[in-house]
Design a protein around this ligand. Structure first.
Ligand code: PA5
Length: 466
C-alpha cells in the first residue's frame, strides 16, 4: 500500500522553530477532523453535495462499458485526440504519462500494442492547433470531447473546429464513428448535441466535479482506449477506502496529510510544494496544483464570511528542480511545506557504465544504477531541507503501476477535501473562475452578456470591495 511519512515535519527532527508538535496538533484537531471525515463519508449524499467522487471505485459497470466500447473501435485507429480543460484533462495527462511506456507517441504501432497515439487539446492557441492538425490522419482518428458542463468555451471551440475538419476528411455520414463524448448525463449543450446527432457518449456522473472526476469516464475512457488496466485502478482506490474514511486521525493518512498542511498554513507557511521524485509523475504535480488551487483558494467561508483563504500550490520535479527551485526552497523564506513522492522501486534497472575508472570524480558513479542516484538525490534533498528547518513529508508508492497510481491521486483528493473542512471553505465549488468566463462571453458577443462588455474592456471597471 501507499504510505505517508511525516517524520520530517516534527520539531524533534527539524527544530522547534519551524517543526510541528504533531501530537499536540492531533489532540487539538482530533474532534474537528472526526466531524469532517464523518460528514465527508457518512452523511447521506444530497444533490449538489459533490461527494460522489468518493464512490467512483465501486463502478465496475463503467469498466465493462468501456471495455465493450473499446472492442468496437477500428483495429487501425492511429490517433486519439482528447479535448478538455482543467479537471477534464489534467488527470488523464497525469495518468497516461505515468502509466504508459515513455515516449508513447514516438513508438511504433507494435510497441504500442496496436493502441493509438494520444494528444490533448487543452488550449485554444491556434498555432498549436494547426500544428496538431498537420500531423493527424483524420481518417484514423477518434476524438473524445470531455466537458462536464457541456458548455466550456475552450473545449467547445476545439470541438467545433475539429468536427468541421473531420467532416471534410471523412464525410458527414461517417462522423459519428470518429466522435465519443464524455459529459453530464442530462444537462449542457454537448448532451443536447449527443441526443440530436445520436453520438456515442459516456457520463460524468451527476455531482462529480471536474477536478475530482479522474476515476470516472473522464480519465478511464481514454485510459481504456490506450490499453491501461482500468479495473486495477478502481481496485487500488477501493483498497484505500477503509484507511482514508477512518474518522480517527491516527489511522487516516489523508487526514494526517491535511493536518500537517493546515498547521503549516496557520504557521505562516502559505505555500505547498509538491515534488515527485519521478519524471513520469511530473504531470501529477500539475494535477495537484489545480486540485489544491481550485478547491482551497476561496473568498468566502462555509458560514459566508469573507476570508480569502488558500495555500498556494507549487509544482517541482525531482531531480530536475534541484537545479532550479531547490536553492530557494533551502534558503528562501520559511513559507513552505513540502510533499515529496517517492517510488520504492523503479520499473527499469539501468546501470551507469564505469567509463573512467581512474577519474575519481566520475568513477563514483560507475556501476551504480540510475535508481540509486535518483534515490540518493531525493534523500539528500529531504535531508538538506530538514537541516534547514523546512517541514517536509513523503508519500511512498511501492512501485509505479495503475493500482498505486490510483491510490496516490485518491489520497490527495481526500486530503484536499479534509483540508477544505479544516479551512472551513467549500472545496467543491469554484466561483472565482466565473467572472473571467463572463467577461470572455461579453468580449466574444455571447447573447446575455452585453452589459459586461465595457467592464471587460476596462472602461468601467471598479475594483470589488472586500
Ligand atoms: O475542476 C473543475 O471543476 C474545473 O477545472 C473544470 O474541470 C473545468 O473548468 C472544465 O469544466 P468542464 O468539464 O465543464 O468543461
Amino acid at each position: 500500500m501507499i504510505s505517508l511519512d511525516t517524520k520530517n515535519v516534527l520539531a524533534q527532527t527539524i527544530g522547534s522553530h519551524h517543526g510541528l508538535d504533531l501530537e499536540f496538533a492531533i489532540q487539538n484537531h482530533r474532534d474537528s477532523i472526526k466531524d469532517i471525515v464523518e460528514a465527508l463519508w457518512h452523511q447521506p449524499e444530497t444533490k449538489n453535495g459533490w461527494r460522489r467522487w468518493l464512490k467512483l471505485g465501486e463502478n465496475q459497470k463503467l469498466v465493462d462499458d468501456i471495455n465493450a466500447y473499446v472492442k468496437t473501435l477500428p483495429q487501425d485507429l492511429e490517433h486519439l485526440v482528447i479535448i478538455g480543460i482543467g479537471g477534464s484533462s489534467l488527470g488523464g495527462m497525469a495518468m497516461f504519462e505515468a502509466l504508459l511506456p515513455s515516449y508513447w507517441n514516438e513508438r511504433s504501432r507494435e510497441q504500442r500494442n496496436g493502441r493509438p497515439r494520444y494528444y490533448f487539446i487543452d488550449n485554444v492557441d491556434p498555432d498549436k492547433l494547426q500544428g496538431l492538425l498537420s500531423i493527424l490522419d483524420l481518417k484514423r482518428t477518434l476524438v473524445n470531447v470531455i466537458t462536464k458542463s457541456g458548455t466550456t468555451a475552450e473545449t467547445m471551440a476545439g470541438y467545433l473546429w475539429l468536427k468541421a475538419e473531420l467532416e471534410k476528411a471523412v464525410g458527414k455520414e461517417n462522423l459519428s464513428k470518429h466522435l465519443v463524448m464524455t459529459t453530464d448525463p442530462a444537462k449542457g449543450i454537448l448532451r443536447d448535441i449527443v441526443q440530436k446527432e445520436g453520438l456515442k457518449a459516456f457520463e460524468v456522473p451527476e455531482d462529480v466535479g471536474g477536478r475530482f472526476s479522474v476515476f470516472s469516464a473522464v480519465g478511464l475512457l481514454p485510459a481504456g482506449i490506450l490499453g491501461l488496466p482500468i479495473a486495477e485502478m478502481l481496485q487500488g482506490i477501493q483498497d484505500l477506502v477503509p484507511q482514508v474514511s477512518n474518522p480517527d486521525v491516527d489511522q487516516n493518512m489523508a487526514a494526517q496529510g491535511a493536518l500537517v498542511q493546515y498547521v503549516c498554513y496557520q504557521n505562516q507557511k502559505p505555500i505547498s510544494v509538491f515534488m515527485p521524485y519521478s519524471a513520469k509523475l511530473a504531470y501529477v504535480a500539475d494535477w495537484y496544483v489545480q486540485l489544491w488551487a481550485e478547491s482551497l483558494g476561496k473568498k468566502m467561508s462555509l458560514d459566508q464570511r469573507v476570508v480569502h483563504e488558500g495555500p498556494t500550490p507549487v509544482k517541482a520535479v525531482g531531480v530536475t528542480d534541484q537545479h532550479s527551485q531547490v536553492q530557494l526552497f533551502n534558503e528562501g523564506p520559511f513559507d513552505k511545506v513540502f510533499t515529496f513522492v517517492r517510488l520504492e522501486k523503479f520499473n527499469e534497472d539501468l546501470t551507469i557504465p564505469n567509463l573512467y575508472p581512474d577519474v575519481s570524480d566520475l568513477s563514483y558513479l560507475g556501476n551504480r544504477t540510475f535508481e540509486t542516484l535518483l534515490q540518493a538525490e531525493g534523500d539528500a534533498t529531504r535531508a538538506s531541507l530538514s537541516k534547514n528547518q523546512r517541514p517536509n513529508m513523503t508519500i511512498t508508492l511501492p512501485k509505479l503501476d495503475a493500482y498505486h497510481f490510483a491510490q496516490l491521486l485518491y489520497l490527495l483528493e481526500v486530503q484536499t477535501a479534509i483540508m477544505g473542512g479544516l479551512l472551513k471553505v467549500d472545496p467543491f465549488d469554484q466561483p472565482g473562475v466565473e467572472l473571467a468566463k463572463q467577461y470572455t462571453y461579453a468580449l466574444m458577443g455571447r447573447p446575455g452578456f452585453e452589459h459586461l462588455k465595457d467592464e471587460a474592456l476596462g472602461k468601467t471597471l471598479q475594483p470589488a470591495i472586500g
